[in-house]
Design a protein around this ligand. Structure first.
Ligand code: ATP
Ligand code: MG
Length: 409
C-alpha cells in the first residue's frame, strides 16, 4: 500500500500557511489490511479510517458516481485498483486535488500548482456539478483566501450558477449547509462568501432574505454607502476585523432583513424594520437548524439594534426593558455580544469605520447599575413572589435613573 498526504495539508504547505489537520489517502489497500494494521473504521458509508495513534483520517482511494439527488445519492467504489489520479479527480478544486508522498514528491495531474500561482479557485472536472455542497465550499475558500488574491475561475462560477439554477441546492441538508456557512463566517473575509454566493445565484436560493437587501437604499446621511446589501457586507467585514465570535457574525448578517420588506414608496426610510424582520430571521434560523445561541442572538439583535444605537437617549424605563429582554442578570455574555453586534453595525458604514461607539460603554454601565441592585435587603423587608419581582424592578429603575443622570452630568 502507498500512502499520500492530500487536500488542504498539501495546499496550505505550498501556500506557506499553517497546516492544522492532515488528510491521507491510501492506494492499493483493502479494508481488511487497514483493520489488520490497527486502523479504526469511521462510519459505514465511507472507506475511511482513523490512525491508531495520530487519530488522523486515512481514506482508501475511491471513485464516486452520482446515483441520485442529494448527498445520499452517491455510490462509492473503493478497491486496491483505484489509482491516485482517479481519486484526485473526484475532488472539488484543483488546489485541493494534489497529493504528496513522504519524500514531498508532488502528484498534481490537474494543475493545482499552476492555479495556486494564478490565485484561481478552479473545479477539477465536470463532475464538480454532482455535489451542490461544492458551491458553498468554493465560496468559503474564496472568503478564506481573498486576502491572498484568490478569485473563482469564470468557468467554475458558471458551473456554480448552473447548479444554483438547477434546484440542486435545495437538496442539501440543513446540517451540511450550516457547517459550511458557519465555517465561512469565521474566515477572515466572510463578506466574500456572501458576494460569491450572490454572484452565482446561490444566495437567492439559500437566503433570499439576504439577497433581497441588494438594491434597497437607506438614508444617505446615516448610511453613506446607501445600499443595504453593501452595508450588510461591511458589517460582516467589521465583525471579522474585530475577531467577533460566530454568534455576533451571524447576527450581523441578519440584523437588517426587515429592510428588504419596506415598500418602495417608503424608501429610503425603513419604519419598524427591526420588528418586521423578525419573521425573516426566524425563517433563516429554522432553514439551517441554526444552533440556539446564534439563532437567539440574531433575533435579539434584529429587534433591538436601533435601541443600542440610541442608548444614550433612551428613557430609564426603556433601558430597563432592554436589559430585561436580554435577561442580562443571568446572561451577561449575551448582552456583550449584542453590544458588539451594534458596534459592528455602526462601524459597517462608509466613513464610520474608525468612529468611536460610546453607546457600548454606556450600555455596559447600565447593565452593571441594574445588576448591582441587591435582592437581600428587599427580602429582609418581607417582599415575596410577584411583589418581590416588582420591588426589584423598581429598584433597578431607580438605579438606572441615577446612572443616566450621572452619565449626562
Ligand atoms: P480545510 O483546511 O478547511 O480542512 P480541506 O481542503 O482540507 O480544507 P476538507 O473538508 O478537510 O477540506 O476535505 C479534504 C479534501 O477532500 C479536500 O481538499 C478535497 O480534496 C476533498 N473534499 C472534501 N469535501 C469535498 C466535496 N464535497 N467534494 C469534493 N471534494 C471534497
Ligand atoms: Mg482538511
Amino acid at each position: 500500500m502507498r500512502i499520500y498526504k492530500v487536500g488542504g495539508a498539501v495546499r496550505d504547505r505550498l501556500l506557506g500557511k499553517p497546516v492544522t489537520d492532515i488528510d491521507w489517502v491510501v492506494v492499493g489497500a483493502t479494508t481488511e489490511e487497514m483493520l489488520a494494521k490497527g486502523f479504526r473504521p469511521v462510519g459505514a458509508d465511507f472507506p475511511v479510517f482513523l490512525h491508531p495513534k495520530s487519530g488522523e483520517e486515512y481514506a482508501l482511494a475511491r471513485t464516486e458516481r452520482k446515483s441520485g439527488r442529494g448527498y445520499g445519492g452517491f455510490t462509492f467504489h473503493a478497491s486496491p485498483e483505484v489509482t491516485l489520479e482517479e481519486d484526485l479527480i473526484r475532488r472539488d478544486l484543483t488546489i485541493n486535488a494534489m497529493a504528496e508522498d513522504d519524500q514531498q514528491n508532488l502528484t498534481d495531474p490537474y494543475h493545482g500548482q499552476r492555479d495556486l500561482k494564478d490565485r484561481l479557485l478552479r473545479h477539477v472536472s465536470p463532475a464538480f456539478a454532482e455535489d451542490p455542497l461544492r458551491v458553498l465550499r468554493v465560496a468559503r475558500f474564496a472568503a478564506r483566501y481573498a486576502g491572498l488574491g484568490f478569485t473563482v475561475a469564470p468557468e467554475t462560477l458558471e458551473l456554480m450558477r448552473q447548479l444554483s439554477d438547477s434546484g440542486e441546492l435545495q437538496a442539501l441538508t440543513p446540517e451540511r449547509s450550516w457547517k459550511e456557512i458557519s465555517r465561512a463566517l469565521m474566515e477572515d473575509q466572510p463578506q466574500v462568501f456572501i458576494e460569491v454566493l450572490r454572484a452565482c445565484g446561490a444566495l437567492k436560493v439559500l437566503m433570499p432574505e439576504v439577497d433581497a437587501l441588494f438594491g434597497v437604499p437607506q438614508p444617505p446621511a446615516h448610511h453613506p454607502e446607501i445600499d443595504t446589501g453593501a452595508h450588510t457586507l461591511s458589517v460582516l467585514q467589521q465583525a471579522a476585523l474585530h475577531k467577533q465570535p460566530l454568534t455576533v457574525r451571524w447576527a450581523c448578517l441578519l440584523h437588517d432583513l426587515g429592510k428588504g420588506l419596506t415598500p418602495e414608496a417608503e424608501w429610503p426610510r425603513h419604519i419598524a424594520h427591526e420588528f418586521k424582520g423578525l419573521k425573516l430571521i426566524k425563517a433563516v434560523n429554522e432553514r439551517f437548524k441554526v444552533p440556539r445561541d446564534c439563532a437567539e442572538l440574531a433575533l435579539l439583535v434584529g429587534e433591538y439594534h436601533t435601541h443600542g444605537h440610541r442608548a444614550l437617549e433612551l428613557k430609564p424605563s426603556t433601558l430597563l426593558e432592554l436589559l430585561q429582554s436580554f435577561d442580562v442578570y443571568r446572561r451577561p455574555q449575551r448582552f456583550e455580544e449584542f453590544i458588539a453586534a451594534c458596534e459592528m453595525d455602526a462601524r459597517g458604514r462608509t466613513g464610520f469605520e474608525q468612529r468611536s461607539y460610546p453607546q457600548a460603554d454606556y450600555l455596559r454601565g447600565a447593565a452593571t447599575a441594574a445588576r448591582n441592585v441587591a435582592v437581600q435587603p428587599l427580602l429582609e423587608q418581607g417582599f415575596k413572589g410577584p411583589e418581590l419581582g416588582e420591588a426589584i424592578k423598581r429598584e433597578r429603575l431607580k438605579a438606572l435613573k441615577a446612572y443616566k443622570e450621572a452619565a449626562s452630568a
